[in-house]
Design a protein around this ligand. Sequence first.
Ligand SMILES: [Fe+2]
Length: 139
Amino acid sequence: MSIHFEWTHELSVGEATIDEQHQRLLAQLNAVIDAMALGSGSEKIPEALAFFERYVNEHLAYEEAYMLRRGYREIEEHKVQHQAFRDTYADFKQKFDSGLTPDKILIDMEVFLGEWWLEHIGHEDKKYYLELGVDTGKG
Ligand SMILES: [Fe+2]
């Protein structure tokens, strides 16, 4: 049995759409872990990359717009981390397109997503929740 990452209430950032987007990232991470355990990693790569693309385009932009709207003080530092995520995504995609061994890409992706989950969502995203609190929709 492989280890899975779990969603808990402590991970909430106080905004429903962002929480839901984070849960989708978690599901993708668990899918990658399952693919590794089953040895069917290569088949999962296109799906994982398609997810990354949506995540980069939708979620990071959504979160940045939210922080801007709510006046989060550390938004610029946070955006630097998001840019690092975008750059890593571009790197995965470029490696995949150039035919690098899919299993190697998958291992790197699992490590990267696991770290992102623990460090970014579990820590950095909590910072804006601690500053801004729950979003009541009133700015
Ligand atoms: Fe973030």
